[in-house]
Design a protein around this ligand. Structure first.
Ligand code: HEC
Ligand code: HEC
Length: 271
């Protein structure tokens, strides 16, 4: 067997033992972490995709779409912090616990909380960005009534604030500026179709609120914290969530062993 197949097989065993998808735990108290344990877990569960050095070049990464994050760049999609600030520890913990919807990044809720916190520190260790001042977490005011009138206002705001330029008026990812967008490494990137898929970080109103306010690092989507007040943002949340309200979207797994198995098959056939 070539090394890639060996890595893949070993990985599938790990996956069968370790991953429980779908659960969305609340923010946890941060315990003291066991550094060695974190490194061992990283080597066993994460390096196959993210690379032993955190550079996103693990043995099965080559044909993965989207590719595993390169942690050395220090850019993260899921943040609840001011635009420009790195993610909080809690953001990384939530990402590990929930996975990223619609991508090969699995949910790691099957690992104990202590293990997940240890992994948060390993992820941070790959980038000097985390050595700076503590990030400022954005406030999320209580959601107002996200009723039909909020959806209507949100539809207008989606146009007015330029969201539709990229996302398209109906949120299908087909706006006039969508073509030619790239991620931070120059790889082509399109906004996802909001009528068939759900946001990577989750579809709770608070998740969508904070994604819009904070922005999606590593992509052309800016953070709107300085531009949008809470009312406009909640209207946009109501509109975006109304697009993805079909039962199919609601039932889509956040990220699961199955999504990884499909990705792994692709890698297998690509080689
Ligand atoms: C099957 C491959 C795979 C495995 C295994 C995997 N990841 Fe990922 N991970 C990904 C992919 C792909 C992305 C990027 C998804 C995207 O661009 O939206 C990602 C993204 C991430 C991110 C970035 C989130 C953000 O906000 O941008 C973190 C943090 C992360 N993974 C941590 C881990 C840790 C820790 C482990 C091990 C416990 C792990 N991953 C295991 C594929 C994997
Ligand atoms: C310059 C183009 C651009 C503009 C303008 C833009 N977006 Fe985005 N947006 C994107 C891209 C690209 C992604 C997908 C990022 C990825 O692949 O992870 C995205 C992702 C999102 C997500 C999903 C977040 C997640 O968790 O996956 C939401 C919600 C969203 N945008 C809402 C908005 C709203 C509301 C506005 C206007 C206030 C807006 N966007 C403006 C390009 C844009």
């Amino acid at each position: 067997m070539d090394p890639e197949t060996v890595a893949l097989r070993r990985w599938l065993v790990v996956l069968a033992l370790g991953v429980a998808a779908f659960s969305q735990p609340a923010a946890a108290e941060r315990p003291a972490v066991d550094v060695e344990r974190g490194q061992k877990l990283y080597a066993g569960r994460c390096a196959v995709c993210h690379g032993a050095d955190g550079d996103g070049r693990g043995p099965v990464a080559a044909s993965m779409d989207p590719p595993p994050r390169d942690f050395t760049k220090g850019q993260f999609r899921v943040r609840s912090t001011r635009p420009g600030d790195p993610p909080s520890d809690d953001d990384l913990f939530q990402t590990l616990s929930r996975g990223l919807a619609g991508t090969p990044m699995p949910a790691w809720a099957g690992l104990s909380e202590a293990d997940r916190w240890a992994l948060v520190d390993v992820v941070k260790s790959f980038s000097p960005r985390f050595a700076g001042p503590k990030p400022v977490v954005l406030a999320i005011p209580d959601p107002p009534d996200l009723s039909a009138s909020a959806v209507l206002r949100g539809r207008a705001a989606f146009r007015r604030f330029g969201c539709a330029d990229c996302h398209g008026e109906g949120g299908r990812g087909d706006g006039p500026s969508a073509r030619g967008l790239t991620d931070a490494s120059g790889r082509p990137l399109r906004p996802y179709d909001m009528t068939t898929a759900r946001p990577k970080r989750g579809n709770a109103p608070e998740d969508v609120f904070v994604a819009v306010q904070s922005g999606i690092e590593g992509t052309p989507m800016p953070g709107y914290a300085a531009v949008l007040n809470a009312t406009d943002t909640w209207d946009l949340v109501a509109f975006v969530r109304s697009l993805g309200s079909s039962p199919a979207v609601a039932a889509a797994p956040v990220s699961s062993a199955a999504s990884y198995a499909a990705a792994a098959r692709d890698v297998g056939t690509a080689n």
